[in-house]
Design a binder for this molecule. Structure first.
Ligand code: AMP
Length: 222
C-alpha cells in the first residue's frame, strides 16, 4: 500500500510512520528529514530550504517536487510507501499523483492524524531527536532542567537535540501555515474517497499514546 500521513506539526506523523515501517517493512520518506539532512550536509537544496524552515514557512513546491521525484525514481517501494510531511499543498498532491502513475502505481490511503493545537504545542516544545539514530523522544515528563539537559536517546543512548524550528514562536506559524496550505488536502483526498481519520491524542492512554494511535491506524492497513 502507498500511504500519505496528514496532520499538523507534532500530530505524530513521524512516530506513526516509524511504527508502520517497523511492522510492514514499508519505505518511509519524510521530506522534513530529507531537508534537515540536506541542511546538515550544506547541499544546494539544503541552503535553499534553510530560510523557509527556520521561520516555519513552506519550502517552494518545485524544490520539494524535484526532491521527491528523484527519491521515488531511485528507491524500492515494492513493500509499500509511507509519505510523511509530503504532500503539503494541492500542487504537491497533484505532482505526487503523476509521479506515482509514472512508476506504475498509485496512492491507496491518506490518513489524517487529528491532534488538538494545545497538545501539539506542548509536544513540539518538548520534542527531542537523536543525533545518532533519529529516534524521536520527549522531555515532557522530566521535571528539572538538569534532567532535561542529560536526557539521552531511549533506544541507543545517543545525544538528543532540539530541532531549530521546534520552539513556540515558530510552531504557531507552522500551525497557521498548515491550516492555510495543508488543510485543503483533507478535502482533496476526501473527494477521491481515500481519506481516513484517527485521533492523535487519546486521553486515557497517555502512557502509551503512540501505541494506542497505531492500533487505530493499523486497522486501515491490509
Ligand atoms: P516537518 O519535519 O515535516 O515538520 O518539516 C519541517 C519543515 O520542512 C517544514 O516546516 C517546512 O519548512 C519544510 N517542509 C517539509 N516538508 C515540506 C513540504 N512537503 N513542502 C514544503 N515544505 C516542507
Amino acid at each position: 500500500m502507498n500511504i500519505v500521513l496528514l496532520g499538523g506539526p507534532g500530530a505524530g506523523k513521524g512516530t506513526q510512520a516509524e511504527l508502520l515501517k517497523e511492522k510492514f517493512k514499508m519505505l518511509h520518506l519524510s521530506t522534513g528529514d530529507i531537508l534537515r539532512e540536506a541542511m546538515k550536509n550544506n547541499t544546494e537544496e539544503g541552503k535553499k530550504a534553510k530560510k523557509f524552515i527556520e521561520c516555519g514557512e513552506l519550502v517552494p513546491d518545485q524544490l520539494i517536487i524535484d526532491i521527491m521525484k528523484n527519491k521515488l525514481n531511485n528507491e524500492d517501494i515494492s513493500n509499500g510507501l509511507i509519505l510523511d510531511g509530503f504532500p503539503r499543498t494541492v500542487e504537491q498532491a497533484e505532482a505526487l499523483e503523476t509521479m506515482l502513475s509514472d512508476i506504475g502505481t498509485g496512492l491507496d490511503l491518506a490518513i489524517l492524524i487529528d491532534t488538538p493545537d494545545d497538545v501539539v504545542i506542548k509536544r513540539i516544545c518538548s520534542r527531542r531527536t537523536c543525533k545518532n539514530c533519529g529516534k524521536i523522544g520527549s522531555v515532557i515528563n522530566l521535571r528539572t532542567q538538569e534532567e532535561i539537559d542529560s536526557y539521552k536517546c531511549p533506544d541507543c543512548g545517543g545525544e538528543m537535540y532540539q530541532r531549530l524550528d521546534d520552539n513556540e514562536e515558530t510552531v504557531l506559524n507552522r500551525i497557521n501555515v498548515y491550516n492555510k496550505n495543508t488543510q485543503p488536502l483533507i478535502d482533496y483526498y476526501d473527494k477521491k474517497g481515500i481519506l481516513k481519520k484517527v485521533e492523535g491524542d487519546i486521553p486515557d492512554r497517555q502512557e502509551d499514546n503512540a501505541q494506542a494511535v497505531f492500533e487505530n491506524l493499523s486497522m486501515f492497513i491490509h
